[in-house]
Design a protein around this ligand. Structure first.
Ligand code: FAD
Ligand code: UDP
Length: 372
């Protein structure tokens, strides 16, 4: 008899939802995480009353009612709507691509005028777009591609836009209405009091061991539980024996400033190629610059984000879902299928560019299959 039914590796959203559901159905669970904190990439930390998104800005958005009804049991969400501003060499544009952007770019005031310019510019793409550059030009034309997409994308991914898959740019809405909402989502918001509180609520009553690397202590930890739910990188699990999957990593440079308002918005993207950072996040605006009692916060915390290629030892952030990596992942997936008593789930173990809501949906599906 082993001590636990499940060992959950990783206390991110996937691991925490699985652990919660397993416990709720009467199973015994141990969660381990190699980081000093719970929450994986959604972890937030309070600095001068501001919930700082330590591993990058996270805005919850979903069209999945099941996921929304589920996650709002663990936190109250505010009505934050993401509307980033793009800064191209000092010129400001609204995002995502909508009538405000088209007005700022071309001075057009009607949808028909904007559509006419884009139609004219997209004629250079004659066939179905084969890569991000062709997809972008065919959606919004060359002017917007050059000023708002090319530099940002090449900084973020470290690759030419012609080497990137088209689907990445289809994440962004293109609208012929005056609407700066970055997401086409029925539900959107930020958990009041930060994501860490939400994760704490999911993990309530569950034993968690932090600073514990499963792969370093695999043998001993495997002895403790009948089954493992692994949410770390799939290639690391197999000792990189088939080679390394590629990831993009992000470095954050944080600053606490003794002023109430640095940039007037939660996110400003720097879309030129020369500025070394991709964007600056001003965390207080996710909660409207106020603390939980509704008082204005006197200081501000900003993070400059620098994107880099992942190297062993760095945090892997974004899977690089191109063909080469897709093929390698498929080989790892076949190995994973043969691994008895291990479930692989989440952004790193499934090597997918999942948003939070998709990770929660995956975890709930996994619970349905495994626990019911
Ligand atoms: P993770 O959060 O990565 O959790 C995995 C956990 O496993 C980590 O805590 C890690 O320490 C642990 N782990 C790994 N290996 C081991 C090991 N060997 N032993 C022990 N523990 C281990 N989604 C949105 O919906 N909206 C957004 O605005 C958004 N912004 C994002 C911004 C950035 C910069 C990034 C990188 C992602 C963003 N996402 C966003 C996606 C979101 O972060 C993920 O979908 C979600 O957090 C993934 O959860 P997860 O549990 O799969 O993985
Ligand atoms: N993107 C861009 N300019 C911007 C913002 C985004 O070209 O100002 C592109 C970039 O290639 C990015 C993709 O659109 O990878 C998707 O953007 P999203 O904000 O969804 O990326 P995330 O940071 O959430 O992965």
């Amino acid at each position: 008899m082993k001590k636990y039914d499940y060992l959950v590796v990783g206390s991110g959203l996937f691991g925490s939802v699985f652990a919660h559901e397993a416990k709720a159905r009467g199973a015994s669970v141990l969660v381990v995480d190699k980081r000093p904190n719970i929450g994986g990439n959604v972890y937030t930390e309070k600095v001068e009353g501001i919930n700082v998104h330590v591993y990058g800005a996270h805005i919850f958005h979903t069209n999945d009612r099941r996921v929304w009804n589920y996650i709002t049991r663990f936190a109250e969400f505010n009505r934050f709507t993401n509307s980033p501003v793009a800064n191209y060499k000092g010129e400001l544009f609204s995002l995502p691509f909508n009538m405000y952007t088209f007005y700022q770019m071309w001075g057009v005031t009607t949808p028909a005028e904007a559509e006419a310019i884009i139609s004219e510019q997209r004629v250079e793409i004659k066939e179905t777009p084969r890569n991000l550059e062709e997809q972008a030009i065919s959606l919004v034309g060359r002017d917007i591609f050059e000023k708002l997409i090319k530099g940002y994308t090449e900084k973020q991914w470290g690759r030419d836009c012609r080497e990137l898959p088209a689907f990445i740019i289809r994440r962004l809405p293109v609208r012929f209405t005056f609407d700066n909402n970055y997401f086409n989502a029925l539900y959107q918001g930020i958990p009041v009091g930060g994501y860490t509180k939400l994760i704490e609520n999911l993990l309530d009553g569950i034993e968690v061991r932090l600073n514990t690397d499963y792969l370093e202590h695999k043998q001993a930890l495997d002895m403790l539980a009948d089954k493992v739910v692994y949410t770390g990188p799939i290639d690391a699990y197999f000792g990189y024996r088939l080679g390394y999957l590629e990831y993009r990593s992000v470095r954050f440079e944080n600053e606490l400033l003794d002023l109430p308002n640095f940039q007037g918005n939660a996110a400003v993207n720097y879309t030129d190629r020369e500025t070394p950072w991709t964007r600056i996040i001003e965390h207080k605006w996710f909660e409207f610059g106020k603390d939980e009692e509704g008082r204005d916060l006197p200081k501000t915390v900003i993070s400059r984000e620098y994107s880099s290629e992942w190297k062993p030892g760095n945090e892997p952030y974004y899977p690089v879902n191109d063909r080469k990596n897709g093929e390698l992942y498929e080989k790892y997936r076949q190995l994973a299928e043969k691994e008895d008593n291990v479930i692989f789930g989440g952004r790193l173990a499934q090597y997918r560019y999942f948003d939070m809501d998709q990770v929660i949906a995956e975890a709930l599906h996994c619970c349905d299959a495994e626990l019911d």
